[in-house]
Design a binder for this molecule. Structure first.
Ligand code: FES
Length: 578
């Protein structure tokens, strides 16, 4: 064990700085990789937590990004050590990548805590990788920053730009409506995803990357610089230099991610028309850090924020366009009056310094505050007897004519039920109907998949119907759109009122007053709920990670973290391994 004289200045010195058997073991095996003795001289050891994977195409550029982070770390006098973390490919994993966000968070937390590192750079991008890594890092609380994969270049199809996800949903509905030949649909695949990088719409990945900037834990332009652009590598290099300084100055994550940072994040989320998934991730992250944040904060803080960025799915353009127009700094400059300008950042300066000199080069993409794309933006948080613990919707991606709506429920008991009947010509459904989907919440699916933007019935599509009110306990891809009410809590699986909605029940959505109600008498609702409890189905999964997840995941209004992961354990490990 190290004696008092060897008392560590940096955390890594506790492993690499001694003269005993333990220090020998820690150093000797590292030297097998070719590191000379003097790199263990007490310099900051920087972990680079990489979610690169060929099964996560959005993160497939991160090997190269890691090399550029290392350049910056070496240059600044640190020792960079890259390590892998479970990668969550949104487009490849079943039943849904969200099921594994907490598993990634656990892996990252214990990898950081268990290893002799002083600070960490998180390399992520695809939807769940950024929040999973950040949640894990928050529970250790070392100096931490984020470098994102960066978005793909704009998709191209027959001479026009197409957007990841958003145009998949549009094309798919066009095929079902008989307006697009299947051959055209399939030929759009390669044009949509033509470079490495994350979805280039304002989906969940771009939203989280934008919020990393807005919350001060990524360098400016981290969100928008395309994955294949040299500026992505410059950001990585500069991030390497930055993390070494943060390690030396002990700038821990909790010093940056304050309540003010979360509030800035929520304001920017509204201005960019960001993903509803962010609500879950920010609530879970805040709870790791002990920052008070609840569902209502999203509605309250975004109420006076207009939609400034005209990006799909709420608008027209794509992330490449946002970058050329001035990126997130230009958006933040436009929002100055609503931001906590003194919030600290990893740059060692207040956030205002990150955007003070920003300029906007395209007023179609980033609108002036006085001429927004839409006045209704952000996240609406609904309450009512159908969602006692809340539900969310994104008004900027909804149809204005449906924001207040009363209609009769057409109920699907599961995703399989929906798929079997949605195109049935005999399905009793009208344009004014409200589609209700059960069994897609955190415990029910499990993992809360992105199926809340359920397809419209074919017979209505053929009549030209473009949108309907849809309600579920599921999530929706950040690239999706429509009058879609999500994250209904409590979910059907645990006996929330959603479980007892029946075909033909009237439902009232009053968006402006944030109400979602099942229009049946209170005693009838009570009787249905108690009857449901008596006939509650037996659990489907009895072992493994699925079982752990179902037993411990919290409801959507709490962020879907595991109940035993809330909070932090810090970075101290008291015992040696040999
Ligand atoms: Fe990976 Fe969209 S699927 S970012």
């Amino acid at each position: 064990m190290a004696n008092l004289k060897d008392k560590p200045r940096l955390r890594s010195t506790g492993s690499y700085g001694g003269r005993d058997k333990d220090a020998f073991i820690h150093r000797s095996w590292m030297k097998s990789q070719g590191f000379p003795a003097d790199v263990f001289d007490g310099r900051p050891v920087i972990g680079i937590c990489n979610t690169w994977s060929e099964l996560t195409p959005c993160n497939s550029g991160l090997r190269d990004v890691a090399e550029h982070v290392k350049r910056g770390v070496w240059e600044a006098g640190g020792l960079p050590l890259e390590f892998p973390a479970m990668s969550l490919g949104e487009t490849q994993m079943r039943p849904t990548a969200m099921l594994f966000r907490n598993l990634l968070a656990m892996e990252v937390e214990e990898s950081i805590r268990g290893n002799p590192i002083d600070a960490v750079v998180l390399l992520g991008g695809c939807d769940k990788t950024t929040p999973g890594q950040l949640m894990g890092a928050a529970s250790v609380d070392l100096p931490t920053l984020v470098v994102s994969s960066g978005p793909m270049l704009n998709g191209k199809f027959r001479g026009r730009d197409i957007g990841s996800g958003t145009d998949v949903w549009k094309f798919s509905e066009a095929v079902r409506a008989g307006q697009m030949p299947l051959g055209d649909f399939l030929s759009a695949e390669a044009g949509m995803s033509r470079t490495p990088g994350t979805c280039m719409t304002m989906g969940s990945a771009s939203t989280m990357a934008s919020l990393m900037e807005a919350m001060g834990i990524a360098l400016p332009y981290n969100a928008s610089a395309p994955a294949v652009d040299a500026r992505r590598r410059m950001i990585a290099h500069d991030s390497g230099r930055t993390i070494v300084r943060m390690a030396r100055e002990d700038v821990r994550l909790s010093k940056i991610l304050t309540r003010e940072a979360f509030e800035n994040g929520i304001r920017v989320l509204a201005a960019i028309g960001g993903s509803t998934n962010t609500v879950l991730h920010l609530i879970a992250l805040a709870a790791r850090l002990g920052v008070p944040l609840d569902l209502n904060d999203f509605d309250r803080l975004s109420a006076d924020v207009p939609l400034l960025v005209d990006l799909q799915p709420s608008g027209r353009f794509l992330m490449e366009d946002l970058h050329y127009a001035g990126g997130v700094p230009a958006v933040m400059k436009e929002l100055t009056a609503l931001l906590h300008a003194d919030a600290p950042t990893i740059c060692g300066q207040a956030i205002r310094e990150n955007y003070a000199a920003a300029e906007c080069y395209n007023r179609e993409v980033i609108r002036p505050a006085g001429e927004p794309v839409k006045s209704a933006s952000g996240i609406w948080v609904l309450k009512g007897n159908l969602c006692p613990a809340g539900a969310v919707m994104k008004p900027s991606a909804a149809s204005e004519s449906l924001l207040s709506h009363r209609g009769r429920a057409v109920v699907f008991e599961s995703i399989e039920d929906l798929r079997a009947r949605i195109d049935d010509p005999a399905l009793e459904v009208e344009e004014s109907s409200v589609l209700v989907l059960k069994g897609c919440g955190p415990k029910g699916y499990p993992g809360m998949p992105e199926v809340g933007n359920m397809p419209l019935p074919r017979k209505l599509l053929e009549r030209g119907v473009k949108d309907m009110v849809r309600i579920s306990d599921a999530r929706m891809s950040g690239t999706a759109y429509g009058t879609v009410i999500l994250h209904v809590a409590p979910e059907a699986e645990v006996g929330g009122p959603l479980a007892v909605v029946r075909n033909g029940d009237e439902i009232l959505l009053d968006g402006p007053n944030r109400r979602l109600d099942l229009l049946i008498p209170a005693n009838e609702l009570k009787a249905r709920l108690s009857n449901w409890q008596e006939q509650r189905p037996a659990p489907r999964y009895t072992r493994g990670y699925y079982r752990l997840y179902i037993d411990h995941v919290t409801q959507a209004d709490q962020g879907c973290d595991f109940d035993f992961l809330i909070g932090a354990s810090g970075s101290v490990v008291e015992r040696e391994s040999h």
